[in-house]
Ligand binder design. Structure first.
Ligand SMILES: Cc1ncc(COP(=O)(O)O)c(C=O)c1O
Length: 306
């Protein structure tokens, strides 16, 4: 458990000593800012940002150290084709860090089958667990050998002996830092239990059905949809482009319809297993009415953030 994805990725990065011969980070432009900024901020790294998942495969070379990718893109909810990236990275001697924040809990995620070296995410989205409860997975063989330099007392072989010299714990425990966020862990576990009880396969089946319904409703209402129409490439969110979408979002919130938006993208509608089809119909009807009547105009210029 870690505070957030930024910390988890920083711990991964701390396992490596970049050299001029291997100092490249290859990722996609649509990666989440936490991930982008962390690597950009390291003076010894050379960041190569490319257009999409296919371009990542082409950009990986023998100078590539790490390939931090998203399983599902945060703005469009496009599922990324992870397997060819992992194959190419391993062929070139690079490691893949999968950010599964937008997939875990709604799109099946099997880190062993994907053969990623590291995976990270958090609990604010589909896992229904709230903030401060991020996580890091490390491939077991790497967990046995890598030595993160971002480490704290919990990463020691005998943490409660508080010994003066560092001796790494066996396996993934060495990727711990200091005192974990215990209240966040307890707050998150109830959501995780519910997701486990319902089952991600069932959640995914319902999500594909409901996001398809949403797309049909949005098409009928004349809205532009910004997420993939192919369900195999679509995560749990449907991106909708409306005029003045920040203001439309604010009006939706005032009508007790809770969703969010991302700058330069649009409104993100993320139905989960507890939403009804009628709620989706109601949302699109209200959105159409808000746009047709100009009800959003009183919010223009307001900085609605959530
Ligand atoms: C793909 C993705 N990665 C990471 C994060 C969050 O990053 P952090 O845990 O550093 O706040 C989000 C949150 O929206 C996200 O969508």
């Amino acid at each position: 458990m870690h505070q957030n994805v930024t910390i988890a990725e920083a711990i991964v990065l701390s396992c490596f000593r970049p050299t001029p011969e291997r100092n490249r980070i290859v990722y996609e432009e649509a990666n989440f800012p936490s991930v982008r900024y962390l690597y950009q901020a390291q003076p010894e790294l050379e960041v190569v940002a490319v257009e999409d998942d296919k371009a990542i495969v082409d950009a990986i070379d023998e100078r590539t150290l790490l390939v931090p990718i998203s399983h599902v893109l945060f703005k469009t909810a496009e599922i990324q084709d992870v397997a060819p990236i992992v194959r190419r990275a391993h062929e070139a001697g690079a490691h893949v860090v999968l950010d599964a924040y937008q997939s875990a809990g709604v799109v099946p995620l099997d880190v062993t089958e994907l053969d990623v070296d590291f995976a990270t995410g958090g609990s604010v989205k589909w896992l229904c667990g709230g903030p401060g409860a991020g996580w890091l997975y490390v491939r077991p063989d790497l967990a046995a050998s890598l030595e993160p330099t971002l480490v704290g007392w919990q990463g020691h072989a005998r943490p409660f002996d508080f010994e003066p010299e560092l001796e790494y714990a066996e396996g993934v425990a060495r990727f711990l830092t200091g005192t974990p966020n215990v209240p966040a862990l307890y707050a998150a576990s109830a959501g995780y239990d519910v997701i486990e009880e319902v089952g991600v396969d069932r959640i995914r089946a319902n999500s594909i059905r409901q996001t398809r319904l949403l797309i049909e409703l949005l098409d009928e209402a004349g809205f532009e949809v910004g997420s993939p129409r192919d369900p195999a490439r679509r995560g749990g969110t449907v991106l909708v482009k409306t005029p003045e979408f920040q203001a439309v979002h604010k009006e939706l919130a005032e009508r007790q319809i809770f969703c969010d938006f991302r700058p330069d993208a649009g409104i993100r509608l993320g139905p989960h297993f507890y939403n009804t089809d009628e709620e989706l119909r109601f949302t699109v009807r209200e959105m159409a009415e808000i746009v047709a009547t100009g009800a959003y105009e009183r919010h223009l210029g307001a900085t609605a953030r959530f």
